[in-house]
Design a protein around this ligand. Structure first.
Ligand code: AMP
Length: 566
């Protein structure tokens, strides 16, 4: 058996190649998709569904989206301990390994893992390290768009007898990122010709937009932190249903508020039209970087759960003047492709996957101040060099002093993909002295120059005085030595990780709590009884009783969630 893993930003999956085809392996809860989230509960680390529930209700106790900081020194605080993205990814990989082993009754050791095409050497190394820490042997890494092409068998079926290569555009709209890659497939080689994207655009933005509409139409505040988890849950369910239905009804209790409204797909598409429009730029950029026109593309492949939204599909199809290839679930495509590659590796027939290394793997920028309701607010991230930019690159932007008579500006430099700097990695800062000017706000020109050796040069020039200040930042990404990798592996052995059973029980308990919070009075009475029964079973500690009850409760929770959005 040959195994492949899609280590995703929001979800991870494991697949096996057997009997001539790739198959996904379900986790302990019977789902193919394990959330890439780690959380702390009662002093133990939990991974997957339970962690995602905790992330929704108690975000301070959970780490998510850590794939975005692979290969950087960014640390995530969980309780007393700090974890980096390699360790957190190792926990997710270990969970996939253990669940697959339990399901198959066989050891999972050698794997192929997928990585984004734009990952640089350090990030690739970080993924290998995570695999090693999790007790896996990483046979190979494969670019995600390449895996998608393999899952569709594009390497086996030349598109056109007259052409010796196939060009495919992989349109990947995940939870938090949008990536467009153009791959060329010819005799045993898949080459990524171009890759572009928007690190701030994904399915979650559509959920967020929908949650604001639900709040607006229900007369509640979308900013109310107590209501946010409930609003997001409802919006997520409604969004998924609107992919296949023209209208949904939403009925639920959020705190003291009764939510009761109907939403049409056309209203959803109206409020998210601008998000869809943002996909144009990366699409056009990938085509122009590859020197291609839409009609040169033989195949359009959709990847990522959010590519199911009819508006996203229609947009891609219209822009490329063709319908996407269909047949494989967009959430599963990459994982299935990694298992195909694992089988090819075993037969010594692996496709050579040409790696792009001349792009910036991160967005680099500075902290900026924006006006929120007319008041200046700190903490926003202004990118100068976007992720995926071909390097060496040099980019300039102008910044304006906030106040008249301001005599200095402190420029704080960050690396990362989050819209607010607090979630990004701070690389350094520099102080710029401004001439005392009470007539006008001073303007400085800021230039970032980033080269292949990983050196970032930041130059600031005060336009009125011509004064220049410079800072050099080395070592943009942290790299683990072999010894550090070994230490991390030992640390993992000593981490208090919830046993799989306990993690599943925590998941049920958090789901029940969330359901209770959103239920209406009558349902609440019934739910209270269910909760008491569940707690009774936990106290009796009979594993079989607990297992059966867990199954029933999952079924019940699924039905209950369905009643909120119909
Ligand atoms: P991924 O990172 O590929 O797992 O993508 C997850 C994103 O896909 C999330 O934002 C989900 O809300 C979204 N998604 C999953 N299923 C659907 C669906 N049926 N319709 C719309 N969006 C979906």
């Amino acid at each position: 058996m040959h195994f492949g893993i899609d280590l995703g930003t929001t979800h991870s999956l494991i697949a096996v190649f057997r009997d001539g085809k790739p198959d996904l392996i379900p986790n302990a809860l019977g789902s193919f998709m394990t959330p890439s989230v780690v959380a702390l509960r009662d002093g133990h680390l939990v991974v997957g569904e339970a962690a995602r529930e905790i992330a929704l209700s108690d975000p301070g106790q959970a780490a998510a989206c850590f794939k975005r900081s692979m290969g950087t020194a960014k640390a995530y605080q969980l309780g007393e301990t700090r974890y980096d993205s390699v360790e957190l990814s190792a926990l997710v990989l270990r969970r996939l390994k253990q669940d697959a082993e339990a399901h198959l009754g066989a050891e999972v050791r050698e794997v192929v893992i997928s990585v984004p095409a734009y990952f640089n050497e350090l990030q690739r190394r970080a993924v290998r390290d995570a695999g090693q820490i999790a007790g896996l042997e990483v046979l190979r890494l494969i670019n995600e768009p390449t895996a998608a092409a393999l899952a569709y068998g594009l390497h086996e079926t030349p598109d056109d007898e007259d052409e010796d290569s196939t060009l495919a555009l992989i349109f990947d709209l995940g939870g938090g990122t949008f990536d467009v890659s153009i791959v060329e497939i010819f005799e045993g080689v898949i080459e990524v010709k171009a890759s572009a994207g928007d690190a701030f655009l994904g399915g979650e933005d559509f959920t967020e937009a929908l949650s604001r509409i639900i709040a607006l139409e229900s007369g509640v505040s979308a900013e109310d932190m107590a209501l946010r988890p409930g609003l997001l849950r409802l919006a997520e369910q409604a969004k998924r249903q609107l992919s296949t239905k023209a209208e949904v009804q939403i009925a639920a209790q959020l705190g003291a508020h009764e939510i009761d409204l109907s939403l049409t797909r056309s209203r959803f598409e109206e409020v998210t039209a601008r998000l869809v429009q943002r996909m144009a730029l990366p699409l056009d950029r990938a085509l122009s970087d590859a020197g291609l026109q839409p009609e040169d593309i033989h195949r359009l492949v959709l990847v990522g759960g959010a590519s199911r939204m009819p508006a996203a599909r229609a947009f891609a199809a219209k822009r490329l003047r063709q319908l996407p290839v269909i047949g494989v679930n967009p959430d599963h495509v990459v994982a299935l492709g990694t298992a195909v590659q694992a089988a090819l590796v075993a037969r010594d027939a692996a496709l050579d996957d040409v790696v792009m290394t001349d792009v910036s793997a991160f967005t680099l920028g500075v902290e900026t101040i924006n006006l929120v309701n007319g008041t200046p607010r700190k903490g926003f991230y202004l990118p100068l060099i976007e992720r995926n930019t071909v390097i060496p690159a040099s980019r300039e932007k102008h910044l304006q002093a906030v106040e008249l008579g301001q005599t200095k500006i402190v420029i704080k430099i960050y690396q990362g993909e989050a819209p607010r700097v607090e979630s990004n990695l701070k690389l350094g800062e520099m102080e710029i002295v401004l001439p005392h000017n009470t007539e006008a706000q001073e303007i400085i020109s800021l230039r970032f120059t980033y080269d292949i050796s990983g050196l970032l040069e930041v130059d600031a020039k005060v336009l009125s005085s011509g004064t220049e200040t410079q800072i050099l930042i080395q070592d943009l990404a942290g790299k683990m030595s072999d010894a550090e990798c070994e230490t991390a592996r030992q640390r993992m052995q000593s981490m208090k990780i919830s046993p799989r059973q306990t993690a599943e029980n925590i998941y049920i308990s958090t789901r029940l709590d969330a359901a209770w919070a959103m239920a209406r009075a009558m349902q609440r009475e019934q739910l209270t009884e269910v909760i008491l029964e569940w707690e009774g079973a936990l106290e009796r500690q009979d594993p079989e009783e607990i297992r059966v009850m867990r199954q029933n409760l999952h079924w019940l929770m699924d039905r209950l969630e369905d009643t909120h959005v119909t």
